[in-house]
Design a protein around this ligand. Structure first.
Ligand code: GLY
Ligand code: MN
Ligand code: MN
Length: 475
């Protein structure tokens, strides 16, 4: 059923006539959002950093997929971080405003009020707006229900323009809400500083965030279990990769809000394509399946885990040789995780092991000079870095400045992936034929603690023997 051309079908016909009478009130009894108190602390940090200035953080809105259908709404991660807004409750076009007041700020969320039946000012939206109307997309909270759930003052989005009218120095998280961008003249330096501040505020996760990441990773692990149980069936299908993808995605929707990123289900040589998301190939007995996937929890925190599995249940000798080298590299990377270590240490440790291993195999890529680092020398086979911060975004904190992230040091509360890989392209003439078309990545998620690191994804086996035993137990 489609509502076309402004929803003529549902609108006028429904608003007039007996349709309007005989409906009960539908007050929602909402529990407080569990992360709300933590989000309040983060808002205090924003307030302290920008005294006397207005700060505007939009959630973003719906994005058109095609014609009159949108993608599922996913609020901007900075907005989520500062509100603890959850999954399906999030309302498009919401905007968080920090208004300078006294020595701090008053913080208000501007959002869409409910559009109930019953003749109020928003009844037309109820029937007539297929993107936001309750008749079409379901009940959303009233303003006071939102305020109670999130512990924030809430006003109608219609009042935003007036609220931004007072002449105060204003920083905006730009590119998310065209109306807000148009209302406030850009101040490029100040706006860019806001981006990096909001990103850096997310670097150290608090206890609630670590727990949410643990839950997201736990559900991700369950998705990998599901996939192993479906491997035999996948080998019987022309597009077995799609069956793998669908199996994981079902778990993500069941246990969380959805996916943290599009599932990578890469069998055979597809594993050599870092972001193979077409997933339209077969899954053949004897090949490896590289599955890189993450469940996004209802709180929007995501897991990001990769296992490379022998479809038959047993690695061939050459597959195991590659796997064992990646495993050793990942183990060296993991051993380098501790507070105070340089962020780059775990990557360097993993690359040293890869370089020694490939040297021992006699693989000597062109271009070696005395000063070439292992990670540059073997980039042809390793392709990318060995990890990244993880949180509300899979590649979290991307706006942080170098000195706080890539060139900085690890600290307790950082959550990151360690995911070295080796990828021998099927057409790479620099490697022996037996290696061509083999791609292996092993990826786990870690939280840095006061004295080391804890693996959040330890529910999955890592070593080749353990992987084989685990697969045998599930099939
Ligand atoms: N899944 C994307 C990544 O591992 O970075
Ligand atoms: Mn990753
Ligand atoms: Mn990944």
């Amino acid at each position: 059923m489609r509502g076309t051309g402004g929803d003529e079908r549902a609108g006028p016909a429904a608003v007039t006539g007996p349709f309007r009478a005989g409906w009960a009130e539908t007050d929602l009894r909402l529990p407080a959002v569990p992360g709300a108190a933590w989000a309040a602390r983060r808002r205090s940090a924003v307030s302290e950093r920008f005294p006397g200035e207005r700060v505007v953080v939009p959630s973003g809105g719906l994005k058109v997929r095609s014609n009159d259908f949108d993608y599922a709404f996913r609020p901007h991660s900075a907005f989520v971080h500062l509100t603890a807004e959850q999954g399906t409750s999030a309302v498009p076009d919401s905007v968080l405003v920090f208004e300078p007041e006294g020595r701090g700020h008053s913080v208000t969320m501007f959002t869409r009020p409910r559009s109930p039946r019953g003749g109020g000012p928003n009844e037309a939206e109820f029937y007539g707006d297929r993107r936001h109307g309750e008749f079409w997309v379901g009940r959303r909270r009233t303003l006071s229900e939102t305020s109670d759930a999130l512990g924030i003052e809430v006003r109608a989005r219609d009042e935003l323009e007036q609220a931004l009218g007072r002449n105060v120095p204003t920083r905006v998280l730009r590119g998310e809400d065209a109306h807000v961008d148009a209302l406030v003249p850009p101040v490029p330096g100040a706006d860019a500083e806001l981006v990096s501040f909001l990103s850096e505020l997310r670097l150290v996760k608090d206890d609630w965030e670590v727990a949410e990441l643990g839950a997201a990773v736990g559900c991700t692990v369950a998705g990998f279990h599901d996939v192993v149980g479906e491997l035999d069936h996948a080998t019987r299908l022309a597009r077995g990769e799609r069956w793998i993808e669908g199996t994981f995605n079902r778990r993500a929707r069941l246990g969380g809000n959805g996916l943290g990123f599009e599932t990578i289900a890469a069998a055979g040589a597809h594993a050599c394509v870092l972001h193979w998301m077409r997933n339209d190939g077969p899954v053949r007995d004897g090949d490896l399946l590289l599955l890189d996937a993450g469940v996004e929890a209802d709180s929007f925190y995501t897991g990001d885990v990769t296992r490379t599995l022998p479809v038959s249940g047993h690695f061939t000798d050459v597959q195991r040789r590659v796997y064992d080298l990646v495993f050793a590299a990942q183990s060296a990377g993991i051993a380098a995780l501790r507070p105070g270590a340089r962020y780059g240490d775990f990557h360097d440790a993993a690359m040293r092991v890869i370089a020694e291993g490939l040297d021992a195999w006699g693989l000597a890529p062109h271009g070696r000079t005395a000063s070439t680092s292992p990670s540059e020398l073997y980039r042809r086979y390793t392709l990318c870095g060995s990890g990244h911060m993880l949180g509300l975004d899979c590649h979290d904190c991307a706006g942080a400045r170098g000195e706080r992230y890539a060139d900085g040091v690890l600290a307790a509360g950082h959550v990151l992936t360690v995911e070295p890989g080796l990828y021998f392209q099927p057409d790479d003439l620099t490697v022996p034929e037996a290696l061509r078309g083999i791609g292996v990545r092993i990826e786990d998620d870690f939280v840095i603690t006061d004295d080391g690191a804890v693996c959040l994804s330890s529910g999955l086996p890592r070593g080749a023997d353990e992987v084989e035993a685990w697969m045998a137990s599930l099939r």
